[in-house]
Design a protein around this ligand. Sequence first.
Ligand code: PHE
Length: 336
Amino acid sequence: MRQKIENLKALVNSFQAKTADEVEALRIKYLSKKGEISLLFDEFRNVPNEEKREIGQLLNTLRQIATDRINSLRESLTAGSDCVEKQDLTRSAEPFELGARHPLSIVKNEIIDIFSRLGFTIAYGPEIEDDWHVFSALNFPPEHPARDMQDTFFIEKQPDILLRTHTSSVQTRVMKSQQPPIRVLCPGRVYRNEAISYRAHCFFHQVEGLYIDKDVSFADLKQALLYFAQEIFGEHTKIRLRPSYFPFTEPSAEMDISCNICGGEGCPFCKHTGWVEILGCGMVDPNVLEACGIDSKVYSGYAFGMGIERITNLKYQIKDLRLFSENDVRFLKQFT
Ligand code: PHE
């Protein structure tokens, strides 16, 4: 008898049920009038008197455990269905929190938009490049400082492979694979070996443009850049071109715009000059055209390149470059 009670107790503790019907089946099997536990109570008659007290207690405990177990199974099942019944299907859905486009993407798209109105299409190229596409084809002399490890990230043990330092390498690829007229815009990430601070980072983003055809002149370049500056910074924006040097353009220039923060009056942002530099540009050096298989006696072209971070800083008055890559939602949320 004791053994039977022990066995049933173990069984009761392992009761499982997935539906109310299964719970009811357990109740009938063990606790109904003809159930296994009730039958034990019938057998109780034959227990010797001296054991009746102890066995009686064991039997009562067993019946209690089985009743509790079945009740709790029944409750857990009806609790679930209760929950379903209480769902209000007419309630409007939880609103999703909308993300924001990254400020660099916003500005990149705007730049692309402006130049596509001038007929530019987009070209992409690899971030891991070789020396020829980044430097040699672009007329960089072998000893040029940009080729120094201080400025460029090289792949270890492969001196010819590096992370592109400008997207001009994409322009090289386009010139190499197609004949003029060429009118492309090359957006992308570039890498330079700089210490990270509020005003420099080891990677940033550029959009460079290239236009090659017959009779392309510096005046065409200036007009395109003026259009761009006034589209992105407002119609009252003025531009000025200062002579500069790039190995791949001749003549070369840097372009300033009238400071869009003080309107040219002079402020800390433009260092009280009224002007801020936004891009480099120039007429494509004939050496570059020839290196890429384009006849420099027939064709000429212009090129320009700008940092998207710089334009974004100016547009939104962001003073720390690092904000762009930290993914702080408090910063990003402001661009929703
Ligand atoms: N490639 C230059 C840079 O990364 C920008 C540039 C492009 C200048 C085209 C002139 C012409 O700084």
